[in-house]
Design a binder for this molecule. Structure first.
Ligand SMILES: [Zn+2]
Length: 297
């Protein structure tokens, strides 16, 4: 092969090698910075609380004498919060989570191909939840594991991605004893700010596998269940059995922040109804809500 033919090939190979080593270098530097931060954080928990005598100010909350107990362990995550990245690739998301200026991260990122990348030890606090509330917990970052699914928000999630997610959830649930009800979405904890994961996220499938709660379809849609071969519009089912349902109270019992009622309804619909999320609660939605909130009592 003449040089003028081989030259572009050499150039391409050279460029690829340079790019690969450059990418490697970026992660090497990043991982070094990560280790330094972990060391600083570890230093915090190695500090021995100061006694009153050692402090230059007086307060009743500090004891005179330090006595260390031998009985303790690390605090554990008690929630899993699921997101979609709203980005176009796994590489792009990893880049976002390794640049200090973004101030965002998550414990795990799962690619469209099912590849799982862990970016932080489960015991450390990642910055994925932001300002939010679930029940009376207002610091979800401290209490949760964040999982980001590579997805732009306008497309279905791939089946391999969901299969990987289920494997990861199984491990987390087993390892930390996370309650079934505590597998939730970002939009659930931040109704007025977030709409991820999108309407395409298979919450019902997750609930069937033991991650998150779901309503009893045979109770909510008795007509459909009895005649499931006939397509009956669900809006035509019986009206709500209980006229006493207070939707806002029910949403609050589930865990939603109802300070913005419209946003809370949208987040509820995004998770459990997955259509017409911007509209008010229909009779069917109320039937679902009525069945569901009792599971959270
Ligand atoms: Zn999110």
């Amino acid at each position: 092969m003449r040089f003028h033919r081989i030259f572009p090939v050499l150039l391409l190979v050279g460029f690829s090698l340079a790019f690969a080593s450059c990418t490697k270098d970026i992660y090497r530097q990043n991982n070094k910075a990560h280790k330094k931060s972990v060391k600083q954080t570890t230093g915090l928990i190695q500090e021995i609380p100061k006694t009153k005598a050692e402090l230059d100010y007086d307060t009743l909350s500090i004891t005179d004498e330090w006595v260390g107990t031998t009985n303790f362990s690390l605090r554990k995550p008690n929630y899993v919060i699921i997101h979609h990245t709203a980005q176009d690739s796994l590489v792009q998301t990893i880049q976002t989570f390794t640049v200090p200026r973004t101030q965002v991260s998550s414990h795990y990122v799962i690619g469209r191909d099912g590849k799982i990348v862990q970016m932080l030890n489960d015991y450390l606090r990642s910055w994925h939840a932001g300002k939010g509330r679930w029940g009376n917990d207002t610091d979800l970052n401290s209490a949760s594991i964040g999982i980001e699914l590579d997805n732009n928000g306008r497309e279905p999630f791939t089946s391999v991605q969901i299969e990987s997610l289920l494997v990861l959830l199984e491990r987390l649930k087993w390892k930390y004893g996370i309650p079934t009800a505590n597998f939730i979405g970002h939009s659930d904890i931040a109704p007025s700010r977030k709409t991820d994961p999108s309407i395409y996220f298979p919450w019902k499938r997750l609930a069937e596998e033991g991650f998150g709660l779901w309503y009893d379809e045979e109770v909510v849609f008795p007509v459909l269940t009895a005649q499931d071969s006939i397509a009956i519009p669900i809006e035509n089912t019986d009206s709500l059995p209980s006229n006493t349902l207070d939707p806002v109270l029910a949403l609050r019992i589930i865990g939603y922040d109802v300070s913005d009622e419209k946003a809370a309804i949208r987040s509820f619909k995004l998770h459990f109804i997955q259509r017409d999320i911007e509209s008010a609660l229909t009779e069917t939605d109320k039937r679902i809500l009525d069945n569901l909130y009792k599971k959270y009592l």
